[in-house]
Design a binder for this molecule. Sequence first.
Ligand code: UDP
Ligand code: MN
Length: 318
Amino acid sequence: ATDASPAEDISADDIFIAVKTTKKFHQSRLNLLLDTWISRNMQQTYIFTDGEDEELKKKVGSHAINTNCSAAHSRQALSCKMAVEYDKFIESGKKWFCHVDDDNYVNTRTLVKLLSHYPHTQDMYIGKPSLDRPIEATERLGDNKMRPVNFWFATGGAGFCVSRGLALKMSPWASGGHFMNTAEKIRLPDDCTIGYIIESVLGVPLTRSNFFHSHLENLQQVSRSELHKQVRCERMSVRRFTVRIELNYLSELIGKGCLFLSRICLFQITLSYGMFENKRNIINMKGAFPVEEDPSRFKSVHCLLYPDTPWCPLQVAY
Ligand code: UDP
Ligand code: MN
């Protein structure tokens, strides 16, 4: 984790970020993302939805993509969207494909730093495993034959990334109409199908990252102090940093998943929010806005990362 030399010098423009949404969430979820992290990453973000929306078109133009997939929450509808995301990425020529849901905040600065660790021409599949063991599925081989398969997959709801090199190899199972057929073979959701193609068919292992977060985990544990350290660290050179901070604090930061790259200490890449057992599952932070005004905490996170945002309070205490 202390290796300071990136494998490849990439910028945010080399990343294709696909946001999966549905028309009924344009107001309640997507607008929050457009006001926060997407506003700073318009060029690399593409929104995959299932209905026409003139307001959305006005805001992002051709970056709003109507997949014409069904607006149902069915396996088929979700696979249909993932298939379009994949095809658009291939068409884009960009180096990295990253998928997120419409309840994810993406810190693109940390995302760029993480991906800089790996050459995009190699086979890379990076994300947070959905389960603590490989999923056990049944592959339909035709002729009514079946075969058990085990593989790891990254939770779509935490976001995951695939290198261009690997994405090109996925083509026979993922491009055009193939993705839907592949998904039908194992009858599992879209993110599982990605894991199946990569791990089971192509034999490429998932690279685990603890920097991706979904609302399936307890988000309270992604503490305010970590976010706050991230912002402070981003402003400190390692020189000043090592002079001012003792060694055990440094190793504590590394232990918590801090990457020291290019003189910058980095933390979380994606965040999420949701409900768990009738309680809000959100990251724990004081931030610029109270929970009532900012129930997802995304506005507060955004003001920490981009304090020059016009609607952020002038003085953010951190
Ligand atoms: N979604 C969709 N169509 C639907 C319902 C949800 O495309 O009919 C998308 C939604 O916009 C989000 C993702 O699927 O990006 C996951 O949905 P949600 O967060 O509601 O459910 P989860 O699986 O996280 O519990
Ligand atoms: Mn969700």
